[in-house]
Design a protein around this ligand. Sequence first.
Ligand code: NAD
Length: 484
Amino acid sequence: MQHLKNYINGELIAPLGTQYIDNYNPATGKVYSLIPDSDEKDVQLAYEAAAAAFPAWSLSPKEERSKLLMRIADLIDKNHEKLSRAESADNGKPIQLARTVDIPRAAANFRFYATGILHLSEEANIMENTAVNYTLNEPSGIAGCISPWNLPLYLFTWKIAPALAAGCTVVAKPSEITPMTAYLLSELCIEAGLPKGVLNIVHGYGHKVGAAITAHPGIPVISFTGGTKTGAEIARVAAPMFKKLSLELGGKNPNIIFADCDFEQMLKTTLHSSFSNQGEICLCGSRIFIERPLYEQFKKAFVEKTKELKAGNPADDKTRHGAIASKQHKEKILSYIALAKEEGGTILCGGQEVKVPGECAEGWFIEPTVIEGLSYTCRTNQEEIFGPVVTLTPFDTEEEALMYANSTQYGLAGIIWTQNLTRAHRVAQRLQSGIIWINCWLLRDLRTPFGGMKKSGVGREGGFEALRFFMEPKNVCIKLANSQ
Ligand code: NAD
């Protein structure tokens, strides 16, 4: 059985406590590797390595940092198939998705920030005849990066790349549910020649490793992506220490479909925005609101298409609906389907755990599920399920759709389908979401601000925002010699 290792001070090492956690393949339900059950002692070791590496890394020319990050991106490309297979086996996602989305995006994250840092300019503010101000952007120090299991390498690198580009050194923790590609990344960092201690990856549980990173007095910046409840706990610990926080949290995203939309395009994309990655993408539109004249037509066509989406072995090229990432999460999703029934919902399709024959017979699969007949205020429509479950609700007016859409505590993403440009802009402005897609979904330009309002988060990732997050602006004011 493979034992994964922590990556500390440029080396792959066993956890100090020598304890390991079972790592499951969700498609087979079987343990296939072991990951370090690290604790605060391992985090301390990683911190010391990051602290020792910080002066040289933070002062290194950005061109040098850029070159190293580019090298890592190239190695990700070179290992594309190996990483895709690893991601699919670890997370349960279809191999086709890992190949086309997760792994290319991980390489893109490194390239984007490797080049981004070269284009970040300093500001100067001139006080005429009096003084010149210029603002330095200095790396904040040692950054803590904590990521979830749904897009493992994609989200892990989305934090690490800007932190390293900005000149921070990093103590990072991937999810204990999907550690494999972060481990493979540590091998690639060694191959790329990343100086020791610049990036340290500590594996283990959130309440041990994540909590130790959050509470560490020497780590002033925490970038976290995960659940809202965990985000609140991190904020509770970090706020009195005045740490800088970026929190990318949960969502319960509305998908608002007006009757004048391009029906075929909307139908195709809505299938993706509902069930991609088994609905385990924070940006999935799990509450579908349909203008009443279109409701029956949409329902019929959508349910028909959803029924065609069969769960299959994620390792199979043809599979489009894979396994749920963990047994515990599978139980949570099933409990929400049961709740939806209790709340008066009608299951139009799916609603069951499914068995995929062969080597996946013991895996964790749930059919894509469509539910109607629920009030917009019920728990099923207010709480994040984060699985292949969507609800359909008709609406009569734009005002009503907005009221439904904005009724949750979340504000991550919103989707709007209409051919009426004026309405599209109007609804986009009034939707309480950090990210809006009109007539599309998951179309991503890495330069744009990414993040949520309300309980979906604090701060924004993406573009220069992420680089600036890992930097402290320092203003230097010089009085001109001949001024009064
Ligand atoms: P989670 O909050 O359970 O875990 C996320 C990470 O935090 C893991 O690495 C975990 O080990 C760690 N962690 C757990 N407890 C911790 C603690 N006390 N201190 C520090 N770290 C701790 O989330 P998850 O179940 O892995 O991921 C699913 C959630 O992530 C969903 O709510 C989803 O919406 C959200 N998510 C948000 C975005 C976004 O960009 N807003 C993207 C992806 C996922």
